[in-house]
Design a protein around this ligand. Structure first.
Ligand code: HEM
Ligand SMILES: *[C@@H]1O[C@H](CO)[C@@H](O)[C@H](O)[C@H]1NC(C)=O
Ligand SMILES: *[C@@H]1O[C@H](CO)[C@@H](O)[C@H](O)[C@H]1NC(C)=O
Ligand SMILES: *[C@@H]1O[C@H](CO)[C@@H](O)[C@H](O)[C@H]1NC(C)=O
Ligand SMILES: *[C@@H]1O[C@H](CO)[C@@H](O)[C@H](O)[C@H]1NC(C)=O
Length: 423
């Protein structure tokens, strides 16, 4: 009798455990950032083709580090494209060139590359030639004593595009430099390797990068008196800087169609050489390693996949959505009220629902673009707005009318350097 009872009880427990496990697995599929399917919007992994996914680094695409006058900046992806001749070697790229290069080498979706490139050109580049510098701006007119910049370039894009809490680059007001790798930051990331006993197994994946981002966020609060987490830079640029590392840099293979990012590949794309105990940074030498494979054809990482992933990560880390900053001393982080910032359209709770972070980002991005750029940018801008409108409809987005930037004046990291955003 007792034995039978025990047996029935055990069956019950096992059944419960299995049901729980399958529920947990289902939840993982939906929610867990460690599960690759969590990020597919309406896509699936479509296998691996070594011929189509191999990236050439010979002939015209042989590695050539920058020489005098060549620009390199805060984006390792763009630096690597210039070093391998996928965009001009001098670091002055047109929108078309960079959209093509980012697709060819990384499988970045056209809509995502276009959004980044149009935004960069409109705010920090040259709208008459549809080009921008991936590093320092260009001097145009003025005298030798008071030169005038014709464009900021990405290095000069602080608070427009370039932002605090970057993975490997320092906060501008902490280091006086926003474009070089800070070895202390790179080493922190590097040392998070998941399998120190067997390096062939390590993987700098999204969960690892997300926890690194959380610790970087805290470091900015603790070390940068002028830390500023901007309404667009904090919610759009900052996650891109982390998510791009895995989705674009990871080496794809039959075994890992979504990619596996080991330490040697990470080092190469971040211009680092040397053994674990003697890492050396060679500024501007970002390099595609031999035998490296990009994303599968048809599996582009695009605006929807990126923003959907931003939402999932924010749900587990709502702090990433705090727009605000330190108020001139370390450990004084103050967030602005999201409802006040958005005229009541979003608040801290509704922002976490569905794809609302994506809704917010898309509309904030569009608002930041000048409304009437000179002629040539117009058709690319129209294409971008079309992509955005379609996504806003699909996601049933609440409509955002304005961002109240006056709330940001209290943060020295903003008021000292407000950027040239229109919104
Ligand atoms: C298509 C046009 C692109 C533009 C205009 C662009 C621009 C930028 C800018 C301005 C930053 C600095 C953001 C910050 O302060 O954190 C940045 C960071 C970054 N970008 Fe790009 N990017 C582009 C494409 C790419 C691509 C194709 C990759 C692929 C690997 C990439 C990977 C990264 C990474 C990993 C960072 C973070 C660097 C760090 O701090 O460690 N980007 N990008
Ligand atoms: C995903 O997470 C949210 C919030 O934690 C939860 O409400 C939802 O039930 C989860 N989805 C699944 C399929 O478990
Ligand atoms: C950048 O490239 C564009 C397109 O090739 C060109 O028209 C422009 O003059 C270049 N700008 C600089 C500063 O070299
Ligand atoms: C590390 O790699 C070894 C050998 O491949 C493997 O047995 C072990 O499970 C891995 N550990 C982790 C934490 O991935
Ligand atoms: C990418 O993965 C393939 C398959 O595992 C491997 O042969 C190749 O060496 C890897 N490339 C790099 C740069 O690690």
């Amino acid at each position: 009798m007792t034995v039978l009872r025990l047996f029935v009880f055990l069956i019950f427990i096992v059944g419960q455990a299995m049901e729980m496990a399958s529920k947990l697995l289902a939840a993982r599929n939906m929610n867990d950032s460690s599960h690759p399917d969590a990020f597919r919007v309406d896509k699936r992994t479509i296998g691996f083709d070594p011929v189509l996914q191999y990236v050439s680094i010979t002939g015209e695409h042989a590695f050539l580090p920058p020489g005098p006058g060549d620009k390199r900046g805060p984006c390792p992806g763009l630096n690597v494209l210039a070093n391998h001749g996928y965009i001009p070697h001098d670091g002055n790229t047109t929108i078309d060139q960079v959209v093509k290069g980012a697709y060819e080498v990384f499988g970045m979706g056209r809509d995502l590359a276009l959004a980044l490139a149009v935004y960069s050109t409109a705010l920090d580049g040259d709208i008459t030639t549809l080009s921008f510098s991936i590093g320092e701006g260009y001097l145009d007119s003025g005298s030798i004593l008071s030169p005038v910049l014709s464009q900021n370039g990405l290095t000069g894009s602080h608070n427009n595009f370039e932002a605090d809490v970057s993975p490997t680059r320092g906060d501008l007001f902490e280091y006086g430099n926003n474009h070089d790798v800070q070895m202390i930051q790179f080493s922190q990331l590097y040392n998070l390797q998941s399998n120190i006993s067997d390096p062939s197994q390590d993987n700098y994946d999204i969960p690892l990068l997300t926890s690194f981002r959380a610790s970087r966020f805290q470091q900015s609060i603790e070390n940068n008196p002028d830390f500023f987490n901007g309404p667009l830079t904090g919610i759009f640029v900052q996650p891109a800087a982390y998510q791009f590392i895995f989705h674009f840099v990871a080496n794809k293979s039959e075994e890992y169609p979504e990619g596996r990012l080991g330490r040697d590949v990470l080092k190469s794309f971040f211009a680092i050489t040397g053994p674990d105990d003697d890492l050396v940074y060679n500024p501007g030498h970002e390099r595609i390693p031999d035998n490296w494979y990009k994303r599968a054809k048809g599996d582009d990482y695009d605006l929807a996949s990126f923003l959907h992933e931003v939402c999932i990560i924010a749900l587990a880390n709502p702090r990433f959505l705090s727009v605000g900053g330190n108020t001139g001393q370390v450990n004084t982080f103050t967030g602005v009220n999201f409802a006040d910032l958005t005229g009541g359209v979003f608040n801290a709770e509704t922002l976490l629902e569905g794809n609302n972070v994506g809704c917010y980002v898309l509309q904030t991005l569009v608002m930041a673009l000048p409304t009437s750029p000179a002629g040539k940018l117009e058709s690319l801008r129209t294409e971008l707005l079309g992509n955005v409108d379609a996504m806003l409809k699909t996601w049933n987005c609440p409509i955002l009318e304005k961002i109240d930037n006056s709330l940001l004046e209290q943060f020295p990291g903003y008021s000292r350097y407000p950027g040239n955003r229109v919104a």
